[in-house]
Design a protein around this ligand. Structure first.
Ligand code: GLA
Length: 412
């Protein structure tokens, strides 16, 4: 090859290389690794609904720090529906000036100054579920706005979406967020209508699996055209979904109702079960008026550690007899979490002879062999070691309550 030919072919090679690199990197995708463990935070909807303003959001950030919740791992302060005002002549959205007179960027600065992160809400449809401006037709513009405001988390709802394809609509917003170039956790709130567990991992970091939660342990609230669901109903709807969840892509059984009026036993059971499900732990109560019992539930670090375990494996129901359910969840270092739920309203005696049980997670191929391995047992609500798996376990479990254990593989 003469030198002219060599230069020519090298130049062509270079052009091709630049083309490939540019083309490949221009593919939008979700921001990876923003939720390696289930996101933890607070959201305004369950307690405040539309009754929100910037002072409330700031007070929640203050309380998240002073209550010890930040230390326990909570990070996100998420504004839900009803923050929206109007679009300007160029189509950019602005917050409601009465509720958020200082603007969202100001709020983001405040929340960030506390070492926390700010989340916001929008909807794929023409209007949000509460009837405010939504993002349909403005996806890229809204993503730019959220990035400019330094938002860290977007919950994206599914009301008023007639004629829209869910995968397409959520992918459009994913791509818009990617182009806006700020890493933002993307929470798909499509209620499980289009099986988001089958496609959500490529689009977002978490997806709602059900309709809205209702602040009651085991009831359904009928709103006429739709229903909201108590804790046990939502729990039952998670059946079959665990294989879809893992680091950076979680099933979301909805924000929590802990501290919103259920009994303390029910709050403890609700929180424990969400941890067994490796669910996002998004609190939905008024942090300013939490009782000590509620703080103790929300900040129990060893229960939170079950949720936040690095393996990111969603737990499974092992058995169900007389409304006593036994749940297991494989953990790092060959430990296990076990949660025994008493769905009866009366207390029950529970006995578990480890030597007769065969606990196998057949999706992730992990088993606990109680015949060859002795596990130490820590009661995570009593916060003490209570024995080991060589001896049967016996407990009295109050109605609508749980016993939550960590089985610690001994190194003998
Ligand atoms: C839907 C969502 C809720 C909440 C409301 C707000 O119902 O599922 O979580 O965001 O909209 O209007």
């Amino acid at each position: 090859m003469n030198s002219e030919k060599l230069i020519k072919s090298s130049a062509m090679y270079l052009v091709a290389l630049v083309f490939i690199i540019t083309y490949n990197t221009s593919f939008a995708q979700k921001f990876e690794n923003l939720a390696l463990t289930p996101p933890m935070g607070w959201n305004s909807w369950n307690h405040f609904a539309c009754d929100i303003n910037e002072n409330i959001i700031k007070q929640m950030a203050d309380k998240m720090v002073s209550s010890g919740m930040k230390d326990a791992g909570y990070v996100y302060i998420n504004i839900d529906d009803c923050w929206q005002g109007n679009r300007d002549t160029l189509g950019f959205i602005h917050p409601n000036p009465e509720r958020f007179p200082s603007g969202i960027k100001h709020l983001a600065d405040y929340v960030h100054s506390k070492g926390l992160k700010l989340g916001i809400y929008s909807c794929a449809g023409n209007k949000t579920c509460a009837g405010y401006l939504a993002s349909r037709g403005h996806e890229y513009q809204d993503a730019i706005t959220f990035a400019k405001w330094e938002i860290d988390y977007l919950k994206y709802d599914w009301c008023n979406t007639e004629g829209l394809n869910a995968i397409g609509a959520y992918t459009t917003m994913r791509d818009a967020l990617f182009e806006a170039a700020r890493p933002i956790v993307f929470s798909l709130c499509e209620w499980g209508n289009n099986k988001p567990w089958e496609w959500g991992a490529l689009v977002g970091h978490l997806w709602r699996t059900t309709g809205d939660i209702y602040n009651c342990f085991d009831c359904i609230k009928d709103h006429g055209t739709w229903k909201s669901w108590g804790v046990t109903y939502i729990l039952d709807m998670q059946d079959g979904l665990r294989k879809y969840a893992g680091p950076d892509h979680w099933n979301d059984p909805d924000m929590m109702e802990v501290g919103n009026g259920m009994s303390i036993n029910e709050d403890r059971a609700h929180f424990s079960l969400w941890c067994m499900l490796a669910a996002p732990l998004i609190c939905g109560n008024d942090l300013r008026s939490m009782t000590k019992d509620v703080i103790d539930i929300l900040t129990n670090k060893e229960v939170i550690a079950i949720d936040q375990d690095r393996l990111g494996i969603q737990g499974f129901k092992y058995s169900s007899n007389d409304s006593i359910e036994v749940w297991f969840k494989p953990l790092e270092n060959n430990d296990w979490a076990m949660c025994v739920l008493n769905r009866n309203s009366e207390s029950r005696t529970f006995i578990f002879d480890w030597q007769k049980e065969n606990v196998v997670d057949d999706i992730w191929n992990i088993s606990a062999n109680f015949k060859s391995i002795t596990y130490g047992i820590k009661d995570l609500w009593k916060k003490k070691i209570i024995g080991n798996t060589d001896v049967s376990f016996k407990a009295e479990i109050p109605g609508h309550d749980v016993v939550m254990l960590r089985l610690i593989k001994s190194t003998k």
